[in-house]
Design a protein around this ligand. Structure first.
Ligand SMILES: *[C@@H]1O[C@H](CO)[C@@H](O)[C@H](O)[C@H]1NC(C)=O
Ligand SMILES: *[C@@H]1O[C@H](CO)[C@@H](O)[C@H](O)[C@H]1NC(C)=O
Ligand SMILES: *[C@@H]1O[C@H](CO)[C@@H](O)[C@H](O)[C@H]1NC(C)=O
Length: 366
């Protein structure tokens, strides 16, 4: 009866039809009824109960109605309303499960719930058998590894826990390993351990493997650390190595367990640190002055560097540029008086100035 009262949405009908077609052509994948789908349905059912808890029969609810009709609270009308809210119309798995097992939901509503209030347990686990009790897995709801009370000794996830699938094996959390998640991974040590409980704690950052919390408890040091006279793992200063690990134009920075290479200031070709005052050699176009590599002003050297007529010298960091003086412009390599600018000439001038810039950039690179 409930089935007849419900209206199937057009979309879910279409999906059903599609499945029929696929199945008749022999490529039908068996519809999988999963615990997750069932769980969602039960959650929606509880929400539906909540949403309808303040309702009655369309406002009237007179004494007559209370007497003659069964109360709304436990009525079929209310059940239908709830069932209609269980699935999104596009959720094929959900619609399929509700339609297939609607009679059970109805039975629970009218007969079972009085003495078996847990819908999830009755419906999903015991009746349609798509879920298992917590801590169990698979078709027969067997106990997970480590037992159903504390699957995987609470250090991992049991595959298939609470469902009719999976194999009950453990996938351990970070730090734990072994079939029962009682052993510690490399980089962790057992802070607590007996037959049933295990707590793995991360080693000191210097250890690859360890037996306790400090750098003295390392069995093996991590890369970038090595054992000192007291058998503790300490940082290796890679920068002090006989063959330094960085390029000529870089300096080396040591850090705990590692090192890094940083580029020297542009005024240096070799350096011991950051900035122009940490140079060991100055770059071309710079000279050592007050223990710092400073830019050479090529425009103020005794010898003139920009030799064309009507040309200015412009100093740049590490180099210089030659450019036509104001009021002059470059024409075929000489600086000539700029002609008065019409719009057309202006565009042309712009073009040549870009070209000039390119050529002066090339000069700068030298
Ligand atoms: C079962 O496990 C789920 C998820 O871990 C949890 O939310 C739920 O409360 C558990 N149920 C029982 C009866 O312990
Ligand atoms: C194992 O250790 C846990 C916690 O450290 C403790 O609660 C438990 O009783 C211990 N079990 C045995 C058999 O000693
Ligand atoms: C840097 O200067 C040193 C001498 O101080 C010299 O031996 C070395 O070749 C120079 N390196 C470069 C890259 O110029």
């Amino acid at each position: 009866m409930v089935l007849m009262l419900r209206h199937l949405s057009a979309l879910s009908l279409a999906l059903e039809l599609l499945l029929l077609l696929l199945c008749s052509s022999g490529t039908c994948a068996k519809v999988k009824e999963t615990c997750k789908t069932c769980k969602n349905i039960v959650d929606k059912f509880h929400k539906g109960l909540e949403d309808t808890s303040k309702k009655n029969f369309g406002g009237g609810n007179t004494a007559w109605e209370e007497k003659t009709l069964s109360k709304y609270e436990s009525s079929e009308i209310r059940l239908v309303e709830i069932i209609e809210s269980l699935c999104d119309s596009s959720d094929f798995d959900c619609n399929h499960m509700v339609e297939k097992h609607e009679e059970y939901i109805e039975k629970w509503w009218f007969k079972i719930q009085k003495h078996h209030s847990n819908l999830f347990k009755w419906f999903c686990i015991e009746t349609i058998e798509v879920c298992c009790p917590n801590g169990t897995y698979g078709p027969d709801c067997l106990a997970c590894l480590g037992g159903s009370e504390r699957p995987c000794h609470e250090n991992g996830h049991c595959k298939g826990d609470g469902t009719r699938s999976g194999d009950g094996s453990c996938s351990c959390y970070d730090g734990y390993t072994g079939p029962f998640c009682l052993e510690c991974e490399d980089g962790y040590y057992n802070a607590e351990r007996n037959n049933t409980h295990s707590v793995c704690t991360v080693c000191h950052e210097s250890c690859k493997t360890c037996t306790g919390p400090t750098n003295k408890h390392c069995q093996e040091c991590k890369n970038g650390w090595s054992k000192n006279a007291e058998e503790a793992c300490v940082d290796v200063d890679e920068c002090a190595a006989e063959v330094p690990p960085c390029k000529d134009n870089q300096y080396c920075l040591n850090s705990e367990g590692s090192y890094s290479c940083k580029d020297c200031d542009r005024s240096c070709t070799a350096c011991v640190g950051e900035g122009p005052d940490k140079c060991r050699n100055c770059s071309l176009g710079y000279t050592l002055e007050d223990e710092s590599c400073t830019d050479v002003d090529e425009c103020n050297l005794g010898e003139k560097v920009c030799l064309r007529e009507n040309e200015d010298c412009i100093n740049t960091p590490g180099s210089y540029k030659c450019a036509c003086s104001e009021g002059f412009e470059d024409k075929d390599g000489t600086c000539v008086q700029a002609i008065e600018k019409t719009e057309e000439a202006e565009a042309k001038a712009e073009e040549t100035s870009t070209k000039h810039q390119e050529s002066s950039n090339i000069h700068e690179d030298l």
